[in-house]
Design a protein around this ligand. Sequence first.
Ligand code: ASP
Length: 331
Amino acid sequence: MSDRLPRVLVVTLGGTIASVPDRAGHDAVPRLGPDELIASVPGAEHVATLRTESFRQFPSGDLSVADVVALAQLIHRRGPDLDGVVVTQGTDTLEETSYLLELLLDRDAPPVVLTGAMRNAGLAGADGPGNLLAALRVAASPEARGAGPLVVFADEIHLPRFVRKQHSSRVHGFGSVNAGPVGWVVEERVRIPLLPRRRGPVCSPDSLPAELPAVGVIRVGLGSGPILPEHVTGFAGLVVDAFGGGHVPSPIVASLAAVAERIPVVMASRTGAGEVYESTYAFPGSERDLLERGLISAVALDGIKARLQLILLLASGADRDEIRARYESAV
Ligand code: ASP
């Protein structure tokens, strides 16, 4: 066994973990780069030989799908010289960027571990350094090889497909729905007892067009009315965040079916957990009714992640059968 330290690339994208306040905990903006973040982690140099890349300096709501495609290209390019990658970014969209990376990276890419912080560097109990240290340990660990992208937060290890930011302010702001966390970090040890089943990527980041298709999300609510043409103008696909197991108010059904004749419409559950039913109910606006009218089930993906997958599928020219098959195998 070689006694060289694993080589880990730390890529920073901004967010709270990189933010410093102007006055006692307030008015924070992203400012810190990778070297400053690493300097806040005692012992980081004993975990891995670190390389750094300051990739973006954004609040994470300003990151785009194209930014994540560019990040996947960077990881692709540098991957052969690395044992792992840590990405630090804002927590607001961490579940989306990590999921996009899962859809874009090959099975043999080095482990990519995403993390962030709920409390900025100027607040008492800032969680960035602890999260970064845990992320470095996971990225450097042989346990993580082949697991695909992972989210590490508060010493828990989550799968992108199930992780969600579940609280706006608590340090333990992340959790997994359906299955997970899949592992944890304690002292120097990394444990991933529930290694995920991995699928191949939807497409290579290098094969995507510069302009990605627009996909909208419509969330139904009590008494929601029909979908009007202006609600879907410019969209190449639509995700409907439906009630429970895949239900919408009956007055919406005809308009939704008309949209589904034109563009792919994927149906997710607005509960954000569990699976869309297939054949439990038969009332107008039930899951069975909507699937028979051409809607595609997101199965166990929530609406936000179903949207990201549809963007990549449409960008790579998938037809409806291929789109349906990909959602079926997404769990
Ligand atoms: N607004 C921040 C961001 O997502 C929040 C965070 O990082 O926790 O960039």
